[in-house]
Design a binder for this molecule. Structure first.
Ligand code: PEP
Ligand code: MG
Length: 548
């Protein structure tokens, strides 16, 4: 039995068979075709279908973001009709007597190669477009390749180079027992999503990833970061026992702490859940969350072909608010950018995306997108206890501009007699060093703070949160990071507003005492961690009173 070591990114044990997912390579099978006429007809039908879908996306986007930003879909349509491209595919089908999927894929690769060799930067950039349209054509030819990253009747352990957040959200939770990846880190959004979904995960296997083979029987320990290959019977039984014990202790916690409110020095500490989709609310409630401390609304924009409309967003927010009843729900306006990619927005490729055009920067630049989201949020505010939060803030001007837009939408809704919560609370994330340093100024502009320790750590320590190679440097307990948290907490309390933590370090038991000392008002963590955090807080409070 071999043991591989990586970074445990989502707790828990899983036992099962591996399925290797090659996300950068579509596995297109080559078939010999006798009836080439039939194959040509299949190709033409797929071409027509892809054109229709692209045209639909183009027209929808045109209305929402204007001509410039929707143009790329016109270009895709033109490429799809390009005679050189389509004739090359048809020739391949006829001359080589191969299936249309294979002909499209091979031709796409050949054209992509040609684009990559060109002198003009613009033409080199067309490489991804030709691959994109080839994929689209293949999906029209064969629906099963469009269904998601991987399909299987049986539950399996997914092994991949890496997973993007949009690939992770598309996974069928009932089938994926665990996730193992060659690269990755604990605070990448894919890792956070696996924790939210309660799927054990190990990242950063690096070169040892090569030892994983399709169909191999393995044990994944997401707590220790170990992957055991072809374990013997005794080891398997040992881990099965651990699985049962872990379920039992979780059930015990549920019974003893399910509806407990944590009190400290006469004040309540809310223990909330972080979610990415309305579907995550069930698990938040089952795990005893006092509210939603962070709804990463950008996930509503991901894994689809076009922007969610105002009504679609309204419905998603309303569902969450209704299910949560009187409990607070903090929705963060979209934090698109960096690893959270939304291809149909065609944001420019950047040298340093984490420091680039993202989050509130997009909102204040493409105000149409921001206004749609704020309008949906305000309309939904009539159905529960909503708080709106702006991400990546670095200045008072940004808060003032965002709030002015919000006020403008409020006036419009009032004029039209559309119901909304006129006193809806507005807060910001403290996740940049600038925000922490300026926190006493920023506190005057808002109703609450929520400290995003994931980004605050990466920006304070200049250590990329996605880079497993420097995971030792990326330390959320670093004194510089703790100092930033302390500054923000003190500024909030001096201004008389509450402060929460919604980054991953909210669940770190080594920091529970520190947060208690600072008088943090709210901690928000992935749902499966809510009860263990309540228990850690209770123990820390008891031992604090024992010391008095
Ligand atoms: C954070 O930065 O700590 C945070 C909660 O936001 P995200 O992880 O989505 O960047
Ligand atoms: Mg962040």
């Amino acid at each position: 039995m071999k043991k591989l070591h990586g970074i445990g990114t989502s707790d828990g044990v899983a036992i099962g068979r591996l399925m290797l997912y090659q996300n950068d390579k579509l596995s297109i099978e080559k078939h010999y075709i006798e009836n080439t006429e039939n194959e040509l007809a299949r190709f033409k039908a797929a071409q027509k279908q892809a054109e229709g879908a692209l045209n639909e996306i183009y027209l929808k986007l045109l209305k929402q973001v204007g001509e410039k930003d929707s143009m790329i879909f016109q270009i895709h349509i033109m490429m799809l009709q390009d005679e050189d491209f389509t004739e090359a595919i048809q020739e391949k089908i006829v001359k080589e007597q191969v299936n249309a999927e294979f002909a499209v894929w091979e031709t796409g690769q050949e054209f992509a190669e040609q684009f990559a060799q060109m002198d003009s930067e613009y033409m080199r950039g067309r490489k991804t477009d030709v691959i994109d349209i080839s994929r689209r054509l293949i999906q029209c030819l064969n629906k099963s390749t469009a269904a998601g990253p991987v399909n299987s009747e049986e539950p399996f352990i997914l092994a991949a180079e890496d997973l993007t957040p949009s690939e992770t959200v598309k996974l069928d939770q009932s089938k994926v027992l665990a996730i193992v990846t060659r690269v990755g880190s604990r605070t990448s959004h894919s890792a956070i999503l696996s924790r939210t979904m309660g799927i054990p995960a190990v990242a950063g296997l690096e070169d040892s990833f090569e030892k994983l083979k399709d169909g191999m029987f393995v044990i994944v320990d997401g707590t220790s970061g170990e992957v055991l290959l072809e374990p013997d019977k005794a080891t398997q039984e040992n881990y099965e026992k651990r699985q049962t014990e872990s379920i039992n202790s979780k059930n015990k916690l549920k019974q003893s702490l399910g509806n407990t409110t944590i009190m400290h020095n006469g004040r309540t500490i809310e223990v909330n859940a972080n979610i990415g989709h309305p579907g995550d609310v069930q698990s938040a409630l089952e795990n005893g969350a006092d509210g939603i401390g962070l709804f990463r609304s950008e996930f509503l924009y991901m894994g689809r072909d076009s922007l969610p409309t105002e009504d679609e967003q309204f419905e998603a927010y309303r569902q969450v608010l209704k299910k949560m009843g009187k409990k607070p729900v903090i929705v963060r306006t979209f934090d698109i950018g960096a690893d959270k990619k939304v291809p149909y927005l065609h944001l420019p490729e950047e040298e340093n995306p984490a420091l680039g055009y993202r989050a509130i920067r997009i909102c204040l630049d493409q105000t149409d997108l921001f206004r749609t989201q704020l309008r949906a949020l305000l309309r939904a505010s009539a159905f529960g206890n909503l708080k709106i939060m702006f991400p990546m803030i670095i200045s008072t001007e940004e808060i003032r501009t965002a709030k002015a837009i919000l006020e403008d939408i409020k006036s419009d809704l009032s004029a039209k007699n559309i119901a909304f919560d006129t006193a809806v609370k507005v807060g910001i994330m403290i996740e940049t060093p600038a925000a922490a340093v300026l926190s006493s100024e920023l506190a005057k502009e808002c109703d609450f703070f929520s400290i995003g320790t994931n980004d605050l750590t990466q920006y304070t320590l200049a250590a990329d949160r996605m880079n497993g190679k420097i995971s030792k440097l990326y330390n959320q307990r670093n004194p510089a990071v703790l100092k930033m948290i302390e500054m923000a907490a003190q500024s909030a309390h001096q201004a008389g507003i509450p402060v929460g933590i919604c980054g991953e370090s909210a669940a770190d038991p080594a920091l529970t005492e520190f947060y208690l000392k600072l008088g943090i008002d709210e901690l928000s963590v992935v749902s499966p961690s809510v009860l263990s955090l309540k228990s850690a807080l209770q123990q820390a409070i008891q031992s604090e009173s024992g010391k008095d």
